[in-house]
Design a binder for this molecule. Sequence first.
Ligand code: ZN
Length: 374
Amino acid sequence: MEIKKHDIKIKDIFKGFVDDGEDGIFAFDGKLTIRPPYQRNFVYDLKQQEAVIHTILKGFPLNTMYWVKTGSDTYEVLDGQQRTLSVMSFLNHQLQISLNGKSYYNDSLPDDLYNMLMNYEFMIYICEGEESEKLEWFEIVNIAGEELTEQELRNSVYTGPWLSDAKRHFSKRTCPAKGLSDRYVIGDSNRQELLEKALKGVCEWQGLKNITDYMAKHKSDNDADELWQYFQDVINWVEKIFPTYYTDMKGLDWCHLYNLYHEKSYNSSEMNKAVKILHEDEEVQKSKGIYEYLLCRDKDPFAAKLLCLRTFSERDKQSAYSKQGGLCNICKKHFDYSEMAGDHIKPWSKGGQTVPENCQMLCKECNSKKSDMY
Ligand SMILES: [Zn+2]
């Protein structure tokens, strides 16, 4: 791992500047990727862009920037993307700034100021080394958050044919993954959130601990077909098991559910009926839990937790009854099971959950007195 400081003049960086929109933004004679294809990060507003130009025209220092070396003579901006873009847009006549009450494009700046801008040096640290070292270092200096998301950082380290193909599937504005999964998965494809979700899913499926393990293993693959195939399988599976679409399906962790349950067989017309019944059931307080409940209910005795039911099941009430030895928990008198009611120890209205630990049995009189209090 090597990190070297370079001072590079703005006029050199601006050489060969190309803004290809979604296909990326490049400069420095084509050697520098300012923004990679299919990645649109947050953008400075006009005031912030102007502030960058003002800083330079006053001769004040800008903060350090970081580039990562991606090839023998190619680089990608890791930190400093928005500052670099502000200057490039101004020089490319895409941005107008105000200075001492007047407005200027690049070509209307007085010569001395224009020359000052062109000869101003960015202070850039260029790092090269093994992917894992680079990523670890980026995490330590905490570049993530400000300009790049974690997945964008991973993308800047594990470059290659696999990533280019993955981004065509998952990151392009009109990418196939977005069209396929939009009703089920929340994620901004431009911020690499869909790619990240698919990667998270495939890692869990294959028992890999980190997304970077997968990216390191596949970065030289010719295509990202395995990942794309996996993601299609997930969505196709959801549509097969739950043929009727409900809006509460959007945002569930479908990759995770697929990983857990896709090898089991389900009768989709029975599932369909059950989903409908549970949606109409007023006991069900959390409709988003319906799908996982139906997938796991025959294995998991506590599956009903997922539905946040308003009242306790017979099973919970029976077990509280025997634990209390048939005594009402308030008046301490003995009653038959049929004369008692299940009660939320921490009231439902105060966020108490319908879980066995929150269940007690009260006689009907005590129960109605308690409900009057809340
Ligand atoms: Zn009582």
